[in-house]
Design a protein around this ligand. Structure first.
Ligand code: G6P
Length: 371
């Protein structure tokens, strides 16, 4: 009913709107008065976390994209080698796991069979397994050694939105906590990031307040056949997530690419008026930012219609953007929290314009409990 959907036409719209709250709830009680993180509920001791020599993240679908972002955060802040793998692939090779390997399984439902099988496989090899889950008492957290719950609240729409943002918060918390207990060289940065995380709900809220032009853009592209997404660094998984949402909801051909790979293949796909969404990293990281700006110029010179997501105040991209979508300026590693939101709105609106039910996309299930 409309009441259940909080006055929205779809659960997905309600869940997109709930994201500032979901992010805030996932932070709640985890930052102490002294500005340090307390994640004792996780059930893994600080000593266990200090002993970790390698991290492997396993997940499926949208949760896998959160895992890809986690890799950047963990390697930077916690300085622990980190791999991320689709749960369904991890299980069927012979991953090298030891007692000092920490496997992190990310799953909204806690019931995804591929992820559950990966958890069991990891535990059989004596690795410690930490779950990041949204559903209390579901199977995956029950089988893990430790768990960090996301507090997105029930997610009804099949395509994941608020759960994804809270998974990002959870992986940032874990990366920063590992840095805190291990005392990495980034002490001050880690402390500053913990404080910054607290401001993310209002930043997400700010994005939601500015998405009307994204809706208009989506409606104008309702008859397109294909949309490409480009990103670099953590913008790459954001691009993959934007493309996944479009496939899931609008049944359109959509691909996400690492912007650096453009010249190794995807540029051959660029034709006149092809919509290409580009996620631009903050200017604070010129080494990433400037490369993306040249990518935008390259694709535009070949006729692409450029839809550029860039931080407020970044004027360098304006001349090459057919549509410019602004997000609040935040550090690079945190940018997925704001950059993903317009892509969710984009896919949702485009699918609706094509006449699809975004809560129940064809052929998909909210949680896939078979392998
Ligand atoms: C299904 C859903 C996706 C979800 C994936 C993983 O494919 O349609 O939206 O990302 O499962 O689900 P999980 O509950 O493990 O996060």
């Amino acid at each position: 009913s409309a009441a259940e959907k909080g006055g929205h036409d779809y659960f997905m719209l309600k869940e997109i709107a709930e994201q500032p709250r979901a992010v805030a709830d996932t932070l709640l009680g985890r930052v102490g008065a002294d500005g340090r993180l307390t994640l004792d509920e996780m059930r893994l001791s600080d000593q266990q976390l200090r002993d970790v020599e390698k991290i492997i993240i396993v997940a499926c679908g949208t949760a896998y994209h959160a895992g890809m972002i986690a890799k950047y955060a963990i390697e930077h802040w916690a300085q622990i080698p980190c791999e991320v793998e689709l749960a369904s692939e991890f299980r069927y090779r012979d991953p090298i796991l030891t007692r000092t390997t920490l496997v992190i399984a990310i799953s909204q439902s806690g019931e995804t069979m591929d992820t559950l099988m990966a958890v069991r496989h990891a535990r059989e090899q004596r690795a410690n397994v930490l779950g990041i889950c949204n559903v209390n008492g579901s199977t995956i957290p029950r089988e893990c050694d430790g768990v960090l719950y996301t507090h997105a609240g029930p997610e009804i729409a099949v395509a994941s939105t608020k759960a994804f943002l809270t998974q990002l918060v959870a992986v940032y918390l874990i990366a920063l906590y590992l840095a805190q207990v291990r005392g990495t060289k980034w002490g001050d940065e880690v402390f500053a990031m913990i404080q910054l995380l607290a401001t993310m709900p209002e930043k997400v809220e700010a994005v939601l307040g500015t998405v009307e032009p994204v809706r208009e853009l989506a409606r104008s592209l309702a008859n397109e056949r294909c949309v490409l997404f480009l990103g670099r660094h953590v913008g790459f998984p954001v691009a993959l997530e934007g493309a996944l949402k479009l496939k899931e909801l609008a049944y359109m051909h959509a691909e996400g690419f690492a912007a650096g790979e453009l010249k190794h293949g995807p540029i051959a796909l660029i034709e006149q008026d092809l919509p290409v969404v580009v996620v631009v990293p903050p200017r604070a990281r010129p080494i990433l930012h400037d490369k993306i700006v040249s990518n935008i110029q390259e694709i535009r010179a070949r006729g692409a219609r450029t839809i550029v997501i860039a931080e407020e105040g970044d004027e360098t991209v304006a001349p090459y953007a057919d549509t410019l979508i602004r997000v609040p300026a935040v550090p690079t590693l945190l940018q997925p929290l704001v950059a993903t939101v317009p892509l969710q709105v984009f896919a949702c609106e485009l699918a609706t314009a094509r006449g699809h039910d975004v809560d129940q996309p064809r052929n998909l299930a909210k949680s896939v409990t078979v392998e």
